[in-house]
Design a protein around this ligand. Structure first.
Ligand code: NAP
Length: 304
């Protein structure tokens, strides 16, 4: 059974940064990546707020650059999915697909998964009109009308991206103001083919083999109307991707991992970094900082 000083779970900006620093501390390190490196960055067209890139950088370019930074170091990169984590043992044990790996410390950086809308029929239309990724699926709706749900940075940013491809974006938000950054709110306001429907929710999905329309209800007046759209993009936040985490690990009410400011969890030797951590500011830059801090804490914990 392979054994490492530290095992990093997740290949997004937090995990890649943690692995880089752990390797530079001279520790033996493996990083487990479920799909391609980059995490949610890969699903983002332009990243405009990562410091040092005044003209912005494509999500895939920053993913590749962070990943390439690991190449000179002896880091084992394992492709697979974590199916179990035993954190109270010494060493700790992690099952990747069907194989067990041992590690003296663990950095959990497996990020988040999309939150579903919860409207009846949602499952049926996934891949047939409903999407959670504008960069992946926007092209399918070129020249057609789509709806977007949400009021955070993701909904605003992705609406702006979609507006360049589709005929009309109907942005449906449940309140009368957005929580996304003012810089995106301004751009949404100025984009002619984005039509905002405040105080509104989607209550029904319509279509035979693919999505043809949605029912929108105004939550203040109770009025409903039909919106003919071929696509519905759901951007209403995320849930932690931590189905494998042990019950003894402290989490907040939404399931995000609770840490102190040094990324230490309640279990000695287990650290958490990035979007899966309970925190207010989820950015590529803060994920990188979390990863570095977690690596430093793991190094101190291991007493090297
Ligand atoms: P978010 O900030 O949690 O916003 C989720 C939005 O969806 C909110 O507007 C919320 O409405 C709405 N919502 C939640 N549940 C809903 C439901 N059941 N039905 C209808 N609407 C619902 O999520 P996010 O926009 O995906 O962003 C996640 C994190 O990543 C945030 O920290 C964000 O700042 C960060 N992020 C940053 C950038 C960037 O800096 N460029 C880009 C993307 C994401 P309410 O407002 O009423 O709660």
């Amino acid at each position: 059974m392979a054994r490492y000083d530290s095992l990093v779970i997740g290949g997004g900006p937090a995990g890649l940064s943690a692995a880089l620093y752990l390797a530079r501390f001279g520790l033996t390190v493996a990083i487990v990546e479920k799909l391609a490196h980059g995490g949610l960055m890969l699903l983002t067209d332009d990243i405009e707020n990562y410091p040092g890139f005044p003209k912005g950088i494509k999500g895939y370019e920053l993913s590749d650059a962070l990943s390439a930074h690991l190449e000179p170091y002896p880091i084992d990169r394992i492709r697979g999915e974590i199916t179990a984590l035993h954190a109270e043992t010494s060493p700790k044990r992690v099952r990747v697909d069907d194989e067990w790996i041992e590690a003296d410390s663990i950095v959990v950086a497996s990020g988040v998964v999309y939150r579903n809308l919860g409207v009846p029929g949602e499952e049926k239309f996934i891949g047939k009109g409903i999407s959670y990724c504008a960069l992946c699926d926007g092209n399918f709706f070129r020249g057609q009308p789509v709806a977007v749900v949400g009021g955070g940075n993701t909904a605003l940013e992705e609406s702006l991206y979609l507006a360049r491809l589709v005929s009309d974006v109907h942005l449906v938000h449940r309140r009368d103001s957005f929580r996304g950054a003012p810089v995106y709110q301004e751009r949404v306001k100025k984009t002619e083919n984005i039509h905002v429907e405040y105080d509104s929710v989607i209550t029904a999905l319509h279509g035979e083999t693919g999505l043809e329309g949605v029912t929108v209800r105004n939550v203040k007046t109770g009025e409903e109307h039909y919106l003919a759209v071929n696509g519905l993009f759901v951007f209403i936040g995320f849930l932690p991707a931590g189905g494998y985490l042990p019950p003894e690990l402290n989490r907040d009410a939404n399931g995000f991992i609770v840490t102190d400011c040094e990324m230490r969890t309640n279990i000695p030797g287990v650290f958490a970094a990035g979007d899966i951590r309970s925190k207010a500011c989820r950015q590529v830059a803060t994920a990188v900082g979390d990863g570095v801090t977690a690596a430093n804490s793991a190094y101190l914990y291991l007493g090297h």
